[in-house]
Design a protein around this ligand. Structure first.
Ligand SMILES: CC(=O)N[C@H](C=O)[C@@H](O)[C@H](O)[C@H](O)CO
Ligand SMILES: CC(=O)C(=O)O
Length: 296
């Protein structure tokens, strides 16, 4: 495969893993899901088995099958399919990375191990390096999500000299609100062609100002079209229109954040597609995830 690949940009939907009522993966809707993203939301990149997809709550074998199904169904329809392959076990992570390469995924992403945590940048880099090396032809993205991993090593620090350790490093998925850290990642790496993908959907406009080149998020499953309009307004330098779109998106997310009854299954996704028991996965409140993550 040619490397580096085409740069990952624009919106990337963090896919929900469709489940049946008894907690089995419902592979049968993935084909429809791809069409829905492309046709209804104008979103042509996906991020599979991440936080929204509950990748860490699936078995390795399920993660492989889910990844494979998305790659197969996305063929000739999606631009890029990125597979999250992070795990506590380095071996599992490497197995998943290698598998992603074998099935023809377009990139892999990895979070920091979050139980026995790396306590220095070098330890974290070494872990990431070992995973990346298992798929030497695939672009590698570091997935920074300190609120969930508890690993607070600044992304800016991690990126310093990263290509020496991880030659396949191609970008950062930044799921945090620290715009100083994010801005410095962009500022200090201007000479590189890295993708800077922001992951806090309700604040994307601020990150665009700071130099984000794209975004990965759960809400692009159903607010993709609206967010694309915001990106377009930003591109045209119509900042007040872009802000109107961001406020509109914020009002929706704010409404959902305040909902107490997380068992309600009325997200737009679920009206359109039978995605099963995952409720408002974009909230990541414990009780919002599917039975697979918490046994309610
Ligand atoms: C913590 C978390 O999972 N964040 C997601 C991606 O990184 C976002 O897409 C959020 O779900 C979204 O910004 C809504 O809060
Ligand atoms: C939002 C995101 O990137 C994830 O669900 O992993």
């Amino acid at each position: 495969m040619a490397f580096p690949k085409k740069k990952l940009q624009g919106l990337v939907a963090a896919t929900i893993t469709p489940m049946t009522e008894n907690g089995e993966i419902n592979f049968s809707v993935i084909g429809q899901y791809v069409d829905y993203l492309v046709k209804e939301q104008g979103v042509k990149n996906i991020f599979v088995n991440g936080t929204t997809g509950e990748g860490l709550s699936l078995s390795v074998s399920e993660r492989r099958q889910v990844a494979e199904e998305w790659v197969t169904k996305g063929k000739d329809k999606l631009d890029q399919v990125i597979i999250h392959v992070g795990a506590l076990s380095l071996k599992e992570s490497q197995e998943l990375a290698q598998h992603a390469a074998e099935i023809g995924a377009d990139g892999i992403a990895v979070i920091a191990p979050f139980f026995l945590k790396p306590w220095t940048k070098d330890i974290l880099i070494n872990f990431l390096k070992e995973v990346a090396a298992a798929a030497p032809a695939l672009p590698f993205y570091y997935y920074h999500i300190p609120a969930l991993t508890g690993v607070k090593i600044r992304a800016e620090e991690l990126l310093d000299g990263i290509l020496d350790k991880i030659p396949t490093f191609q970008g950062l998925k930044f799921s945090d609100t620290d715009l100083l850290d994010f801005g410095q990642c962009v500022d200090q790496n201007r000479q590189q062609q890295f993708a800077f993908l922001f992951g806090v959907d309700e604040q994307l406009l601020s990150a665009l100002v700071m130099g984000a080149t794209g975004a990965v998020g759960s809400t692009y499953n159903y607010l993709g079209k609206k967010t694309n309009q915001m990106l377009e307004a930003f591109e045209q330098k119509d900042f007040s229109l872009a802000l109107n779109y961001q406020f509109c998106i914020q009002r929706f997310i704010n409404f959902v954040v305040k909902l107490e009854n997380s068992k309600l299954k009325v997200s737009k996704n679920q009206r359109t597609l039978p995605l099963g028991t995952t409720n408002f996965p974009f909230l990541h409140r414990e009780d919002c995830l599917s039975r697979r993550t918490l046994n309610y």
